[in-house]
Design a protein around this ligand. Structure first.
Ligand SMILES: NC(=O)c1ccc[n+]([C@@H]2O[C@H](COP(=O)([O-])OP(=O)(O)OC[C@H]3O[C@@H](n4cnc5c(N)ncnc54)[C@H](OP(=O)(O)O)[C@@H]3O)[C@@H](O)[C@H]2O)c1
Length: 314
């Protein structure tokens, strides 16, 4: 394969660093990075001859064009407010269009947002806007869907895993599936997508699919500790509860959004299955919950998300 230039916007972020790690394993790839503060990057990565950094804000059209110029594909790894995810990505897509970049990988890496209505899971509305925007452009949109990151599943933000009590809280029958992939495994998939010009449109990749009882059983197998299962109510009760919490004070985003995630991850509407193609890129392993547990000490599960991307090779 000839040489490829991959642009990465939001290169200081956790997922971006995982993608960079996998891209650097391929000798034919050079990287152009975009960020608002290059001092946040590890010195080794900054010094790499294979990485060129452009610094600028998300609305700096000149800097965005300099960044996009000459890229075979641009991967967006932004994570921020609605303005960044919609206006910031549109500015980036416009820069890609102006510089004739063939493909743009949107900053999705999520459950299947294409099956949501606007407003159902508000944090995913920007993805729907960007998917529609890309359809009006020459640059071809790519949307990578991976379920929930395993590290995010265990973070205290979601409210499922409680390390102090060694318990999983859940709504529903306990049979509802969690579709999940580690950050690094998803980044491996994105790195493969960047090298495959035929990968356009929605691309689904899944590490594992287990219900809460199966996750608890895998946990016990690997850590030799039996976690508690804490039943909170039916899925219908979760829906009533989450809407009540949101209506009480919509500005308290972090009070209600985790409940919305729990509901839409589990109610079946956003599953990647059965549309996921488990034979795509067979060289990439699909990391299961068991394998994740073998890599992360039990006491590090809650904070696993925060150390993602800290060991990027360069
Ligand atoms: N499926 C899941 O469970 C899940 C969970 C988490 C994230 N994700 C997805 O993964 C992707 C990346 O997430 P992450 O965890 O890697 O996020 P992250 O570590 O917080 O990185 C976010 C990136 O966005 C940049 N950014 C934030 N605000 C900005 C602004 N106003 N202007 C310009 N750049 C800005 C940050 O730059 P600075 O370093 O300058 O702040 C950083 O490079 C997103 O698409 C997100 O939706 C999925």
């Amino acid at each position: 394969m000839g040489s490829i230039t991959v642009g990465i916007a939001g290169i200081t972020g956790k997922f971006a660093r995982c993608v960079v790690g996998h891209l650097l394993k391929q000798p034919n790839i050079t990287i152009k990075g975009y960020c608002r503060d290059s001092k946040k990057l590890p010195p080794g990565l900054l010094a790499s001859e294979r990485i060129t950094i452009t610094q600028g804000q998300s609305d700096d059209n000149g800097a965005l064009r300099t960044f996009a110029r000459g890229s075979d594909v641009v991967v967006c790894c932004y994570l921020g407010d609605h303005k960044l995810m919609v206006d910031g990505q549109k500015a980036l897509i416009d820069a890609c269009e102006a510089e004739a970049v063939p493909r743009y990988v949107a900053s999705d890496y999520s459950l299947d947002f294409t099956k949501l209505e606007f407003g159902q899971l508000p944090a995913k509305d920007p993805m729907k806007h960007i998917q529609a925007y890309l359809k009006t452009k020459k640059v071809q949109g790519v949307h990578v869907l991976i379920g929930i990151f395993m590290e995010t599943f265990f973070s205290s933000l979601l409210g499922v895993w409680n390390a102090d009590q060694a318990s999983f809280s859940y709504w529903g029958s306990g049979e509802e599936m969690w579709e999940s992939t580690t950050y690094d495994n998803a980044a491996q998939f994105v790195a493969a997508v960047t090298q495959d010009p035929t990968a356009v449109g929605v691309q689904r990749f899944l590490g594992d699919r287990k219900n809460i009882r199966q996750i608890a059983a895998a946990f016990e197998e690997e850590y030799k500790v039996k976690p508690w299962l804490n039943y909170l109510g039916s899925l219908e009760e979760l829906k009533t509860h989450m809407e009540k919490v949101k209506n009480l004070d919509p500005s308290k985003f972090m009070a209600w959004i985790p409940l919305f995630y729990q509901y839409y991850c589990n109610n079946g509407q956003t599953y990647l299955t059965p549309d996921v193609d488990s034979t795509q890129y067979p060289e990439i392993p699909r990391l299961t919950f068991n394998q994740f547990f073998r890599r992360v000490p039990q006491e590090s599960l809650t904070n696993a998300a925060w150390s993602v991307g800290s060991n990027v090779p360069h």
